[in-house]
Write a protein of this length. Structure first.
Length: 487
């Protein structure tokens, strides 16, 4: 069993080897997951850059096509105006010539007869008809030139709209691919968050069950129940019973005694259990019970005294593990409830070593050996016991620190995944807000081209009806959307 200290409440609870190995595996996987998140962020940046480059390329092509079309339209209109002006000038010159000729003939006609006058009138009518025919021909040529220019402009507009739709379809396809990737990443991220939340919840529930167990039962009942679980397996010849003998007006809570097969006492411990409700007003310290516990130990002739306490739950000293307070009272220790069985095992093993040492001492005395050898062995035993205790305490503290770091790391991973989710959601919102209208907003050249196309369709009636609605929607200020920034 491994022991874990909760960084929030300071409680220490036990975790089986499988659970402990799983937590350590998660800590080792933290670095790998961090690198995976970095690769995922780099991939998202590259995809965003590719989308931005494709969009910029489409906008540039669109601007070039609009500029080319506008130039061709201006050239066509200029040629039509020149042709119209030439036709009007030619008609005016011919009319002037005809008028001059008519005036001359009229002067002659005054001197001629009525028949000649009639002939002159017919000639004037014929010339006038020819002039009118020439004017109609020039007007028809002008209208034909304008019609051809309009048809060419409409054809170019249709081609341009087709290119715009192709670019839009390509952009929509790329956005769909990116959205699919984002959905997959969100699923993976959500699963990771659920796994982390389940692990944290499991640890919290385990701690909660332990706390409820210690508070719901009395501490004495808890310790007795824990001892009875391992009595026949670990302490078959031990006695653990309530201290009901009052000596000098005082008695302890429990007495532990164990003897070997020959009846020699291995170890004896006087226990005192102190529990306190979290809502208690009059809180006491562990030191307040040391004097009574030492007195009970002496009265019952016990070798050791152990205070099993939940007092001072925020104390780093008592939460660290087994605390030796022999600097206040000899052979006295303070432990939390989860170290109740470990302290019995440690003191019992020390007692076994002491019994073995006493037996060796008896044999040495029987063999008239030098007492110095016994003292050296006894000193070696004390040093070995102290070294083993220090190593056990050190490893316990290291394990607690590792568990604290693991919990802190899991919390940081959860925060990072939550921030990543917000960034992905913002990116998705921006991608959904991206439209062709927003891309072409603020482009004066394209807006002017659409307005001219709309005016031409109004004048022509049925010419270019398929392209007119799109041009009207793009150029009509009433349908324009307020400009905003496209991030």
């Amino acid at each position: 069993m491994a022991e874990i200290k909760c960084p929030n409440c300071g409680k220490v609870f036990q975790v089986d080897e499988a659970g402990y190995a799983q937590i350590l595996q998660q800590v080792r996987d933290a670095e790998f997951k961090r690198q995976l998140d970095e690769q995922r962020a780099l991939m998202e940046q590259r995809e965003a850059a590719a989308v931005e480059a494709a969009r910029a390329k489409a906008e540039e092509a669109l601007r070039a096509e609009v500029a080319k079309l506008s130039s061709q339209l201006e050239q066509t209109q200029a040629a039509a105006k020149v042709q119209q002006a030439t036709a009007e000038k030619s008609a005016q010159e011919r009319l002037a010539q005809a008028q001059d000729a008519a005036a001359q003939k009229l002067a002659v006609a005054q001197r001629e007869s009525a028949e000649q006058l009639a002939q002159r009138d017919a000639s004037i009518a014929r010339l006038t008809e020819q002039l009118r025919a020439q004017e109609e021909k020039a007007k028809g040529a002008q209208e034909l030139a304008v019609t051809r220019a309009t048809v060419e402009r409409d054809r170019r507009l249709v081609e341009l709209q087709s290119q715009v739709q192709e670019v839009s379809a390509k952009k929509d396809q790329e956005i769909a691919v990116l959205n699919q990737r984002l959905v997959e990443q969100e699923k993976y991220k959500d699963q990771e968050i659920r796994d982390r939340d389940d692990e944290i919840e499991r640890i919290k529930n385990q701690r909660s069950r332990l706390s409820v167990k210690l508070i719901g039962e009395t501490l004495e009942q808890h310790c007795e129940s824990e001892f009875n679980k391992v009595r026949m397996m670990a302490f078959p010849r031990a006695e653990f019973h309530k201290d009901n003998d009052v000596v000098d007006g005082s008695k302890g809570d429990y007495v532990f005694r164990e003897c070997d097969e020959s009846g020699t006492e291995i170890v004896s411990i006087m226990f005192d259990m102190k529990n306190e409700d979290d809502n208690s007003v009059n809180r006491k310290r562990n030191e307040d019970h040391f004097a009574k516990l030492d007195r009970d130990r002496r009265n019952k002739h016990c070798e050791y005294a152990v205070l099993v306490s939940t007092l001072e739950p925020e104390s780093e000293l008592y939460n660290a593990g087994i605390v030796d307070v022999s600097y206040r009272y000899p052979k006295m220790y303070v432990v939390r409830p989860q170290f109740f069985l470990p302290i019995i095992s440690l003191l019992r093993n020390a007692g076994l070593n002491a019994v073995s040492a006493r037996r060796e001492l008896a044999e040495v005395r029987q063999q008239n050996l030098d007492v110095t050898n016994f003292e050296e062995k006894l000193e070696k035993f004390k040093q070995g016991f102290g070294h083993n205790y220090e190593q056990a305490s050190k490893r316990f503290s290291e394990a607690i620190e590792q568990i604290d770091k693991s919990i802190a790391s899991l919390q940081k991973v959860k925060e990072s995944l939550t921030k990543s989710e917000n960034q992905l959601r913002l990116a998705n919102d921006k991608a959904e807000d991206l439209t062709i209208r927003r891309l072409t907003r603020g482009n004066k050249t394209m807006k002017a081209a659409f307005e001219e196309a709309a005016q031409a369709r109004v004048g022509e009636g049925s010419v270019g009806q398929e392209a007119a609605p799109a041009a009207h929607d793009a150029g009509d200020p009433a349908n324009a959307v307020e400009p905003d920034s496209v991030e």
